[in-house]
Design a protein around this ligand. Sequence first.
Ligand code: SAM
Length: 878
Amino acid sequence: MAARDPSPTSSARSAATGRAGKQSASRSSMSASPPTSTPPTSHGDEASVASEMNKTDRLLEPPDGPASPPTPADAHATPLPASAVAPASEGRRSARSSRSSVVTYNVQILAGTAIHTPSKYLHKHHQEVLHGPIDRLQSEPESMLPPTLPRQPHPEDTPDSAEDTNDSAEEQLAIEAAQAAQRHNPPRAVDLRKEALRNLSAASEVIVKTLAGGKDFMKTMIRRSASDSHLVNSARQAAPRGPGRPRTARPPVPEHDTSESEEDTALAKLKGKEWLKAGLYVGQHRDFDARLSESQNRLKRKSVSTKENKVIPLPMFAGERLLKGNVFLDYRDFKLPYDTYNPLPRKVKVDGWAKLRRNRFIGSASALWKREKQDNSSCYCFPDDGCGEDCHNRIMAYECDSTNCKLTPEQCRNRPFSELKRRAKGNGYDYGVEVLQTGDRGYGVRAMRTFEPHQVIVEYAGEIITQDECERRMKQIYKKDKCYYLMSFDNKMIIDATRGTIARFVNHSCEPNCEMIKWTVSGEPRMALFAGSRGIMTGEELTYDYNFDPFSSKNIQECRCGTPSCRGVLGPKPKKPIQEERSLAATLLAGTKRKFSEVFGSRPENDGRKIRKKRKPSSIATAVLTRAQNAEARKKAARENALKSAAELHAQRASRQNRAMNRSVSEQLSSRKSKVPRKGTRVMIPKLRSTRLTTVGMKRKQQRSLSNPSRISTLGKHNPRVPKFKKPLPAKATKSRKPLPKSPSPDPEVSEVGENESPNITPNSLRSSKLKQTTLPFKPLKLNVPSSSDSSQEVDAFETAEEEEEEEEDDEYRADDENHDDDNNADSSDEFTLMYPSVKARYAKYKHSKAYQKKSLHKTGAGVKKTTKRTYARRLTR
Ligand SMILES: C[S@@+](CC[C@H](N)C(=O)[O-])C[C@H]1O[C@@H](n2cnc3c(N)ncnc32)[C@H](O)[C@@H]1O
């Protein structure tokens, strides 16, 4: 006996096989049970199988010819004749009654579902397993039926003629299947057939008309078919629906559109495919290399001379690599685009956030705002520079525009706020930031794209209010709030971004990746968030250091930035608790004392174990005093540090101004440089300083000159290499001379530090608080204004320039300078003798001549040279 297969399919198959076996067995021996028949589950079952066999065989036997070999289709084919055989009216019994009549042939048992399958599943099971899919039966033409199928029902068939089938279980099953087939929505199949026929006839009609009417008719038909609402609708229905929300934004297509214009519009709609222009790699150029800096990438891009194909960029990064062939050499880093990182961004909805795109003055703020442009800045960049890191405007945090930059907007890279404006018109990925919900810090902002180092990210804009208004709001409106969106701004005003841009959600971090910087844009100050020196990767949360001033201890908030160097609070690091401070000082004192006693042997040692002496009250008092002194000293040092850093900042600012001015002057100078100034010219021409002189050296020199007023006008004149020429002017001429224009008065704040103390300014040094004191790259403008009353102090323009040049001398010449310091009042001929020995004799002659005697009458005090410039020039030429 074959092992029982529990699967319903196999039992069905075995049932069919069993029937075939029974067929042949019935011919040979009626008593022998077939070897492959389904095993009966009981004795009764076995008997019923044997007893009913003949009837079934008769039913299945084809009307003529021998029995064909059994096929799997038998199982499917069985029900159809039964259904057909079953008359519609009389003789038809309900499935239940017929099944009740079958006592011994239990379908459930045969299917192996008798014990635990609920009856509700049996119907489906019958359909699929015993009778096969009904669709197939319906769609199969009758001619395709296998020859083993029983004969088709005949209308004249009477229940009597089919009496053999009345008790058959197969018949009951067939009836059930037929009922199920009727329920299976046949009208749809009919509809499809009808539609196909309709289409065929329409197509044939079109062909006939085309043959007759030609091209024009064809065109009209094509247009019609494009706007055929039926087609469009059916295409939409046929299109697979994604799991996302339905596209409700599309306007419904009208049911019947007949006019030509409507057809045209529909055609245009169908033709115009919306291409995704940005999003995937926004912020990254095709040649972008994540390992290079922004400027290096730009240079690289410029150097690539081939024209980029912007139409077919796919595959974006792989194409070039494939062409080059060496995949190992040409792999490069890239930054993951945002939609890959987070393809389904969920927009965080923030309650109570009224958006403002730009600053808005509130109340009296507008009236109090000083509108005059404080300082101007202009840059001298060339198109090749592209207003890069050395751009003067960039260093000064000024945005370039047509008034202060010669470059075109395409050439200039120092227009961050224009860039923001352009980005705001693009899509979300172009805009580049979105609100996120952080775990423990409320909302935050994250990048939806990459940002290059120091690239602008978003503007911090809001309501500009006065300090009074700020206080009022703090007391009345925001008194219960936990988050404040206030930031101090220009003109002692405050930006309140409670109504403002998304930048208000940017959180604090003690190790931030962004900076909030104030820029001047068309003369107006504006704040914006810029990427830090590392740049920003897609998906990173944006943070900057608040430098938070809590105003009172009540407002101190715990910092949860979670960085290794977290200060613990939002704002400056708090002072250590007094207790801790005391113990530290005491420990230090005790340690020092112990060491002292150990060295001088006053401390007793016992078995190598140190015995701690009890401290006398007097020593405690000393410790307390020292502690107090230490604290005081610390405070003082902190104050000095603060003053120093403020001074450094001012110096930095002043030097920037100087640099700008010197640049403009140097441009003028370059045109005049070759010209030798004529004697008596009183135009003050500042000269560029050589970079050899250090700040320290210059400072020393300046101090010397300041300590000795007599040196002010004679600086460097004893340097034998650079003799000075001064021609005292007649008193009349001196009087009539207009005072020279005064040099721009230095900023009083700047003078605190000294105008010559200039840090080496780079954009990075601007951003960092640490400033470096290095070589001055230029000479600050120094204009000596002569007094009309004292002609001895009048300084020739030429001399001024020479004096400045002299200041540039290095140590070697400075030594010389010192040697000849004593000769200050001596006759200048000695100096010339030293330098130009060949001239000595002639000059001595000249000295004793009448002309010299005459000129010496005009001598105006010590230290003034008696030679003229012309003489000197003549001498040099010889
Ligand atoms: C300008 S708001 C920033 C946006 C804010 N998270 C929100 O939900 O609106 C400043 C407030 O955010 C919170 N915050 C920002 N950075 C934080 C940090 N690192 N740790 C704790 N709280 C922070 C503080 O409550 C702070 O007052």
